[in-house]
Design a protein around this ligand. Sequence first.
Ligand code: HPA
Length: 268
Amino acid sequence: MKNAVDRLVEKLGGLKPEAAIVLGSGLGPLADEVEDAIRIPYGELPGFPASGVTGHAGEIVAGSFAGRPILLLAGRAHYYEHGDAAAMRPALEVLAGIGVEKLILTNAAGSLNPDMPAGSVMLITDHINFSGGNPLFGEPSDRRFVGLTEAYDAGMRQALEKAALATGTTLHKGVYMWFSGPSFETPAEIRMARVMGADAVGMSTVPEVIIARFLGLRVVACSVITNLAAGMTGGELSHQETKDIAPLGGAQLSRIFRHALSEGLLDG
Ligand code: HPA
């Protein structure tokens, strides 16, 4: 870990990112908006995941975004790749190790609400871990008993809501339910998810939120809705659809993040 921290600090050459943004499927174009970008392939940093999912680049893009020093993680490891919910732990430990205090997570998700259709964006207010996995399995210390009552930072959520309002962007709010994937849900599972209180379903983010809270990082998360969930329309779901539709929401999230950062709404 020390090795990766030192290596990253060296590569950043004096840049001190105040926040990190994890880019979900199809949200890679956000990385092109970083100015004076320093690009570091995950392969150069011990412990960083070798992501094998198309739509995920697997590199750090650090530089200036909305005039602020920011680090993007373009590409994440998913639980469904190797059954390891802690796959992102080393990377997040390194971010904490270089002094990043705030984490903004993004993902692509299916919507359970016809009034929140494909192309919408949703602020995650809370989650349901339906995968049965947890990134803190095997963690030996009592620190593993992480409280998740306020997992999604109230101040950061407010900042994004304000930024959405100011930019005229509709930001839905809802509960994200984590399914392990990689197969999509069945219509019966979606009916169950609705009864259980979910607004959107997806295959990521929750393990990173748990790890982030374990490490003491403040965290906020947004979903880009790429489809109505299984059984809600006539058609079958596909990863291609996720990749095709995600950029629509990515542009909206970019607007919100940009405003929040440039106006200092995420400070403090
Ligand atoms: N289910 C799970 N993950 C997803 C979906 C979905 O419908 N859409 C995009 N990611």
